[in-house]
Write a protein that binds this ligand. Structure first.
Ligand SMILES: Nc1ncnc2c1ncn2[C@@H]1O[C@H](COP(=O)(O)OP(=O)(O)OP(=O)(O)O)[C@@H](O)[C@H]1O
Length: 338
C-alpha cells in the first residue's frame, strides 16, 4: 500500500509539473503575439477565432444528456424504501392499528391508517413492523437482530438472494443473515484470520435455521470447487438433527445440544472442508420427557421407516410395546418428522 501511495505521489507530482509547463507555454504564446499584433491586425482571417465559441456549446450538449437520462428513471425508484410499507402504529383507542407510510422525516413518519383516510404522525419508536412485512431483521452496529417469521418467505433464502449479497458491505442492502456471512468471509480473506459468527437466542428463535443459511451461503458462493465436500457439509444437518433434536413445547425441532460448526477454506478462498463438534446433549430426554414433548426424532423415524430386517436387528417394536414405553409417554407424531 505504501508503495502504491508513493507511486501515486510521484505520479501526482509529475502531472502537476506537466500542468505548470502548459501554463508557461500559454503565457509565452500570449506574450509573443502582443509585440507582433500590429501587422496581424490588418488580416481579416482574425475571424478564425470563431471556432472557440463553437467548442463551448459542444461541451454543454453532453451536460444536458445526463439530465434527460435521469428523467427516464421511474419515480418509485427515487422514493425511500419504506414508502408505502404497511406497519403497526400506536393507537389511543385500539392499542395498535395498521397504517401505510406516506412520508418520512427527521422527526418520524406520516401515515394513513388503513381503515380511514386521515393522516397521522408518529415518532419512530411508535411504529412497528407488521405481520405482512417480510423484513424481520435489523442491525445494531454489525450485529444482526432478526425475528423468527414462522413462515416461508418467498425468495428470502433463494439462490438469487445469495448472489445479491455477494461482496456487499453491511447496510448496502437490507439486513440479512447473508450479509453477515459475506462480511465474515471478506474479513477472513482480508485479514487472513479465522472469523466467528455467534448465533444466540432463546429456544425457537431461529438459531439453527440461521446457521444453516450461513452454511448454505458460504458453500454456494465458494464451494463450487469443493464438490462433494460442500454437499457433505450440508447433509450433516439432517443426521445431527435426527439424533440431537426433539419436539419441545416451544419448538417442534429443538436442538438439545450445543453445536460448534467450522468451515475450512483453502488459500484460494474456496471451501475445503468442515468440522462439527457437539456438546451438552440432553441425555435425560431418552428416559423421560416433559408433558407434551417427545424423545429424539431418530427413534420415531426408525420405527416408521426402517426395513423389516433392520427393524428385527434393532429389536424394535411398535410404540405401544413395553420396550418402547419411553417413546409413548407423550405425543407420538409430529408433522414433518415422521
Ligand atoms: N428464517 C426462518 N424462516 C422461516 N421459518 C423459520 C426461520 N427460522 C426459524 N423458523 C421456524 O422456526 C422453527 C424453530 O427454529 P430453530 O429450530 O432454528 O430455532 P432454534 O433457535 O434453533 O431453537 P432451539 O434452541 O430450540 O434449537 C423452525 O423449525 C422453523 O419452522
Amino acid at each position: 500500500m505504501l508503495r502504491t501511495l508513493d507511486k501515486r505521489q510521484k505520479g501526482g507530482g509529475a502531472s502537476s509539473t506537466i500542468e505548470a509547463a502548459q501554463v508557461k507555454a500559454k503565457s509565452q504564446v500570449e506574450v509573443k503575439p502582443v509585440e507582433k499584433v500590429q501587422p496581424i491586425r490588418k488580416e481579416p482571417p482574425v475571424e478564425k477565432v470563431a471556432p472557440v465559441p463553437r467548442q463551448e456549446p459542444q461541451r454543454q450538449v453532453p451536460r444536458q444528456q445526463p439530465a434527460t437520462s435521469n428523467k427516464r428513471a421511474p419515480i418509485e425508484d427515487q422514493l425511500p424504501p419504506d414508502y408505502g410499507r404497511i406497519v403497526w402504529i400506536t393507537d389511543p383507542v385500539d392499542g395498535f392499528s395498521a397504517a401505510r407510510i406516506i412520508d418520512i422525516s427527521k422527526s418520524g413518519f406520516t401515515l394513513t391508517p388503513l381503515d380511514t383516510e386521515d393522516t397521522v404522525a408518529r415518532r419512530y419508536e411508535e411504529v412497528f413492523s407488521s405481520e405482512d412485512d417480510p423484513r424481520k431483521s435489523s442491525y445494531v452496529a454489525n450485529i444482526l437482530i432478526s425475528i423468527n417469521p414462522y413462515q416461508t418467505i418467498d425468495g428470502f433464502y433463494s439462490t438469487s438472494k445469495i448472489k445479491e449479497y455477494r461482496g456487499k458491505s453491511l447496510g448496502q442492502k437490507e439486513p440479512h443473515i447473508y450479509a453477515i456471512a459475506d462480511k465474515s468471509y471478506r474479513e477472513m480473506k482480508r485479514n487472513r484470520k479465522s472469523q466467528s459468527i455467534i448465533v444466540s437466542g432463546e429456544s425457537g428463535a431461529g438459531k439453527t435455521e440461521s446457521q444453516k443459511a450461513v452454511l448454505r451461503y458460504l458453500c454456494e458462493n465458494w464451494g463450487a470447487e469443493a464438490g462433494p465436500i460442500q454437499q457433505r457439509l450440508l447433509e450433516t444437518n439432517p443426521i445431527l438433527e435426527a439424533f440431537g433434536n426433539a419436539k419441545t413445547l416451544r419448538n417442534n425441532n429443538s436442538s438439545r445440544f450445543g453445536k460448534f460448526v467450522q468451515i475450512h477454506f483453502a488459500n484460494n478462498g474456496t471451501v475445503s472442508g468442515g468440522f462439527v463438534s457437539h456438546y451438552l446433549l440432553e441425555t435425560s430426554r431418552i428416559c423421560r420427557q416433559s408433558s407434551g414433548e417427545r424423545n429424539y426424532h431418530i427413534f420415531y423415524q426408525l420405527i416408521a421407516g426402517s426395513s423389516p430386517e433392520l427393524f428385527k436387528y434393532l429389536s424394535l417394536g411398535q410404540p405401544h410395546c413395553f420396550n418402547m414405553y419411553f417413546l409413548i409417554l407423550n405425543t407420538f407424531s409430529v408433522d414433518n418428522f415422521l
